[in-house]
Design a protein around this ligand. Structure first.
Ligand code: SF4
Ligand code: SF4
Length: 410
């Protein structure tokens, strides 16, 4: 059950400094591209920000604000990107994003949830993925001649999005094969990673998926789970440990590719046209992919946490490897966007469950930033980012990193 009181310290510690809305001053290159919170940028009210949402959580907890469907819809406009959280932690030690997720959980458990979020859990209960694809069709894209290595303790996790666009997973399979990495696919037992349910506040429904996948890895003797989707990667790192599921390690395909390139086990064609790209850091591959470390204890005066608490500040996400891989591909030149790494601007996809207009504005802003950086193509590693960034009125081409790598292998 949810317990907003666990985050009372965060709610009471906010000093309304506003850092959760802006990138750090020393990283600013002007007012343009200086905001970090997509919903604050779109709606222009403090309520729509990390600061506002934790204030709302406090009002709900203390009984001054009624739980309603309208409130739940407003809270779900937040993309859950965590930019507010890492920026707040540059000035204070508190858990802004955890508080927002606990508020969503509180609202969901009291029956207040937008229909689009509720439908995801209903789909899962009915044997489909959260987006409606039946389990029986999860691997329908798999080539008939695919042969896995039955002895491998490495599983390539396809993710739900492969059913809609299998190209990134097929590309990852090609990279693993080219690098001589034995792997398996969990064609019988793989289910949604659970991130979509978890981040919408439906923790119990997410837990069933977490337990199912972790149990399947255990029974199959899987020690390493390779992901292509940034969302799945972030789920394994930041959600599974909440349920004690830490027996396997998760690795993103960019990390494997970077290793293989260092070892000289991948080589690239040199006869393809040059390409100027920019790397869009998916939130769940970047700032939200640090391993969750549980903490229980006492918070004393001046915020002293006893025993000492581990704080995830977004610094140790997967930022270097995708950039190293892009730098190693002949003919590919990377231009950096102003907001990058732990301060990357979110694609906005998850805001779309509650407010498609806000999601579209967020994605449009990112495309504008990519264009300002001089990129012809946005490269990323998350199907949700790809969908969001490709969907606007004036999009740039968006390419999945694994697809780009596999397409340029010699
Ligand atoms: S950065 Fe943190 S302390 Fe400052 S206003 Fe935002 S939530 Fe409050
Ligand atoms: S998680 Fe992202 S969208 Fe939500 S309040 Fe924080 S910065 Fe804004």
């Amino acid at each position: 059950m949810s317990d907003l009181n666990r985050f009372r310290y965060t709610m009471e510690s906010c000093n309304h400094c506003g850092q959760c809305k802006w990138i750090l001053p020393h990283r600013m290159s002007g007012w343009d591209f200086a905001e970090v919170c997509p919903i604050h940028s779109h709606f222009g009210f403090d309520a729509y920000s990390g600061q506002g949402l934790i204030n709302i959580a406090r009002e709900v907890m203390e009984g001054r604000l009624e739980r309603t469907d309208e409130l739940a819809a407003m809270v779900q406009t937040c993309a859950g990107c965590g930019a507010c959280d890492v920026n707040c932690k540059s000035v204070r030690d508190m858990e802004v994003l955890e508080t927002i997720f606990e508020l969503r959980r509180d609202l969901a458990e009291t029956g207040h949830l937008p229909d689009a979020c509720r439908r995801m859990a209903e789909n899962v209960s009915a044997g489909r993925d959260p987006f409606g694809v039946p389990q029986a069709e999860r691997f329908s894209w798999l080539p008939e001649d695919f042969r896995e290595d039955p002895e491998a303790d490495v599983a390539l996790f396809a993710g739900c999005s492969a059913a809609r666009d299998p190209a990134p997973v097929l590309a990852a399979m090609k990279i693993l094969k080219a690098g001589g990495v034995p792997f398996r696919l969990m064609t019988e037992d793989e289910r949604c990673c659970g991130a979509a349910l978890w981040r919408s506040g439906q923790q119990s429904a997410a837990e069933k998926l977490v337990r199912h996948n972790a149990d399947a890895f255990h029974r199959a003797g899987i020690r390493t789970v390779v992901t292509v989707c940034g969302e799945c990667f972030g789920a394994f790192r930041s959600i599974y440990p909440r349920f004690g599921e830490t027996e396997f390690r998760s690795v993103h395909i960019s990390q494997i590719a970077a290793d293989l390139i260092l070892q000289g086990r991948l080589s690239f064609r040199r006869d393809l046209p040059p390409l100027t790209v920019t790397w869009h850091d998916p939130c769940m591959l970047g700032r939200l992919s640090e391993e969750y470390v549980p903490w229980e204890g006492e918070i004393r005066s001046y915020g002293l946490h006893v025993p000492e608490k581990h704080w995830n500040r977004g610094e140790f996400g997967v930022y270097r490897e995708p950039r190293d891989v892009l730098a190693a591909i002949p003919g590919v030149e990377t231009r950096e966007m102003t907001r990058r790494m732990e301060e990357a601007w979110c694609c906005g996809y998850w805001s779309g469950l509650a407010d498609p207009e806000c999601a579209a504005a967020t994605a449009g802003e990112r495309v504008r930033e990519a264009r300002a950086a001089g990129a012809e193509v946005v490269v990323t590693s998350c199907p949700f980012c790809k969908t969001a960034l490709s969907g606007g009125t004036d999009p740039l081409p968006v390419v999945d990193l694994a697809v780009l790598i596999a397409g340029r292998l010699a």
